[in-house]
Write a protein that binds this ligand. Structure first.
Ligand SMILES: Nc1ncnc2c1ncn2[C@@H]1O[C@H](COP(=O)(O)OP(=O)(O)O)[C@@H](O)[C@H]1O
Ligand SMILES: [Mg+2]
Length: 286
């Protein structure tokens, strides 16, 4: 069964529709004789999207275009109105063992050591592993991978901010879920810690070889991390463009100053902002 699943895509979304009822939203058409429904904002309509197994997809798009809604539907945290979402070939009907979602403020539990935090998802529930020794081994291996092998018994307060971030990322990776959904995970970090986390994430991902869908506002972060950059735009949202990033790995900031990277950045920017808009900092001719 495993080999069959491995042949298919990790995520397959077909004809997805999702609207939220909100005051002042777009008014759906009402047929005569029907009760007028509340106004709604149509976020997705007839939206289709696939992610291959082992693929790292980064989603860019303006605020409010539906990025978080998309991740939450794939994670099974909110239900679509219509359409089909398959993860590892299984229909998503709620939180499921195939995917894990990581939010921006993924914090450690202060009363547990680094090891205790990373081991936690393996202790109970969906990701449980039998045997304390096995859990400890799995957690230690991931902590080693993020460079914290000497600090496994430290409490969060004894770790720097960057170390805490690495431990938190290790905790979401220890379960080795086939799909990881990351909603602006590094949005609140300083530039240096962020660089470091991008490197650590690439390392972990190349080790686990799962699929990742990561949402960010940062074009350069997208270029460093993605196999494929997908730009969402419009209401309802559609894929305004996508680009495969042809560069090898691991990538870091040094790659960003190459000619290839500048060209790529130009293409991403024009997909994101369109070619007809004024460039910030410039003025129209008249
Ligand atoms: N629970 C909700 N109730 C009502 N409207 C929502 C809800 N969640 C999201 N929306 C609306 O759906 C649209 C997409 O939101 P979101 O997915 O959070 O965008 P993004 O993550 O791209 O900034 C926005 O217009 C937002 O106001
Ligand atoms: Mg969002």
């Amino acid at each position: 069964m495993k080999s069959l699943l491995e042949a298919g895509p990790c995520v397959s979304i077909k004809n997805l529709a999702k609207a939220f009822s909100v005051p002042g939203g777009r008014m759906p058409v009402v047929r005569p004789g029907h009760v007028k429904p509340p106004a709604s904002v149509v976020v997705f309509e007839n939206f289709s999207f696939d992610v291959s197994q082992g693929e790292f997809v980064v989603v860019l798009g303006r605020s409010g275009c539906g990025k978080s809604t998309l991740l939450k539907m794939i994670a099974g945290l909110i239900a679509p109105d219509q359409g089909q979402i398959l993860v590892m070939g299984q229909p998503v009907g709620g939180p499921n063992p195939w995917s894990i979602m990581v939010f921006q403020d993924f914090a450690l539990f202060p009363w547990r050591t680094a090891l205790g935090n990373v081991r936690m998802p393996l202790e109970a529930g969906t990701w449980r592993i039998e045997g304390e020794l096995k859990r400890r081994e799995a957690a230690t291996a991931v902590l080693t991978r993020v460079g914290l092998q000497d600090r496994i018994n430290a409490y969060p307060r004894e770790l720097s901010g960057g170390m805490q971030q690495r431990a938190a990322l290790a905790r979401s990776m220890v379960v080795r879920s086939p799909l990881m959904l990351m909603d602006e995970p590094f949005g609140s970090l300083d530039a240096h810690t962020r660089d470091n986390m991008q490197k650590v994430l690439q390392d972990l991902w190349s080790d686990i070889q799962n699929s990742i869908i990561l949402v960010t506002h940062d074009i350069q972060e997208a270029m460093i991390l993605a196999d494929r950059i997908v730009v969402l735009a419009g209401k309802p949202a559609s894929i305004a463009g996508e680009i495969r990033v042809p560069a090898g790995r691991p990538r870091d900031r040094r790659w960003l100053v190459t000619k290839d990277a500048f060209e790529l950045q130009e293409r991403v920017i024009s997909m994101l902002y369109g070619v007809n808009e004024n460039v910030p900092g410039t003025f129209p001719e008249n």
